[in-house]
Design a protein around this ligand. Structure first.
Ligand code: ADP
Ligand code: MG
Length: 320
């Protein structure tokens, strides 16, 4: 840091920046043979595994935009790392390292403790190492850069889907958006809120899909919007989804009308499930749903139980 003129001299002395970094981040980093030098110097030094390609991603989460301002600090730390790990999962990569860029309005030690507890609980569970970062003052924002690895040529891309292949999902979609709606309506505890607050990046599934799936993406913007990315990247294909593949009034959706449940499942984002295509000879991994097939006619259609087909409009979230 070197931002002269930025200090608030009237405030009581808060935890000094470097002590803060050590206490909540650097001292919690684990040893690993791929980390030669972790946080504390001008930059980290890492040792990439031999004969591996590196897979890199970065995601920024803004308070009030990507998560509610009053989400618990633990969940913010967990979720911000989860969305980055989900990108690695969607590429079929094994996690290696991450860098954390944190913008804070003030030094709130209880908040920082919760945030770093959430971040490190997922970091330890997933085996990713925090190797450095940055802290600045401003509106709450969290940006994480994550690196993983694959054997050459093994990464899962969006571009490999082919006609007649099965379209599959790593679980039931729409639960996270249901949770966000419940939160916005004033609820603070529910299974759906947990799905929004602490999405589970599907790293093991991504690794299992290497050599099996022809394309893969993680659902951040909604099943239709993200499926549309696969269709476009794969050369302008289309898809027909089966309405009965979506469990309308079961589980967390039991209280909703079938129509409202389907809307959430098709258009709701933030689930961070993997959406992938499988050639016929590839087995469907456990706990995954087969939701339809790729076809040559552009656009996405929904086939109802009675055989009727309706065209679906891709909405999804766009920043611009
Ligand atoms: P510089 O001003 O030289 O860029 P910083 O003050 O930003 O250094 O960071 C000092 C050290 O602390 C660096 O090694 C950096 O990677 C680490 N660091 C800063 N913020 C974090 C953080 N949020 N988590 C982990 N390490 C951090
Ligand atoms: Mg420096």
């Amino acid at each position: 840091m070197s931002q002269s003129g930025n200090q608030d001299h009237s405030a009581p002395p808060a935890l000094d920046e470097f002590a803060l970094i050590r206490r909540f981040f650097a001292d919690r980093c684990q040893r690993s043979e791929t980390v030669v030098l972790g946080p504390g110097d001008d930059a980290a030094i890492v040792q990439p595994p031999l004969d591996r390609q590196l897979v890199m991603t970065q995601d920024t989460s803004l308070a009030g935009r990507h998560f509610p301002n009053d989400l618990p600090a633990f969940d913010i730390g967990y979720r911000c790392l989860a969305v980055n790990l989900s990108d690695l999962a969607a590429m079929g990569a094994d996690p290696l390292w991450c860098l954390l860029s944190l913008t804070l309005p003030k030094v709130d030690e209880a908040w920082l403790q919760g945030f770093s507890d959430g971040l490190f609980s997922l970091a330890e569970e997933s085996g990713i190492q925090l190797v450095g970062g940055d802290i600045t003052r401003g509106e709450l924002a969290v940006s994480i850069h994550a690196t993983g690895s694959v054997r050459p040529g093994e990464a899962l891309c969006r571009s490999g889907a082919r006609r007649a292949e099965r379209i599959c999902l790593g679980g039931v979609p729409g639960e996270a958006m249901l949770g966000l709606q419940q939160w916005q309506a004033g609820a603070r505890e529910s299974a759906a809120i947990d799905r929004f607050a602490r999405p589970a990046p599907q790293l093991a599934l991504g690794q299992q899909l290497r050599g099996l799936a022809s394309s893969c993406i993680d659902v951040s913007d909604g099943v239709l919007a993200d499926l549309n990315h696969i269709l476009t990247a794969s050369g302008g294909l289309g898809a027909t989804l089966q309405a009965e593949a979506f469990p309308a009034n079961q589980g967390l959706f039991a209280a909703l009308t079938a129509e409202a449940a389907l809307q959430l499942q098709l258009q709701g984002g933030d689930d961070y499930l993997l959406l992938f295509t499988l050639p016929d000879n590839a087995p469907l991994p456990g706990n995954c749903l087969e939701i339809g097939r790729i076809d040559a006619e552009p656009g996405i259609r929904l086939q109802q139980a009675d055989g009727n087909r309706v065209d679906l409009q891709v909405k999804g979230w766009k920043h611009f």
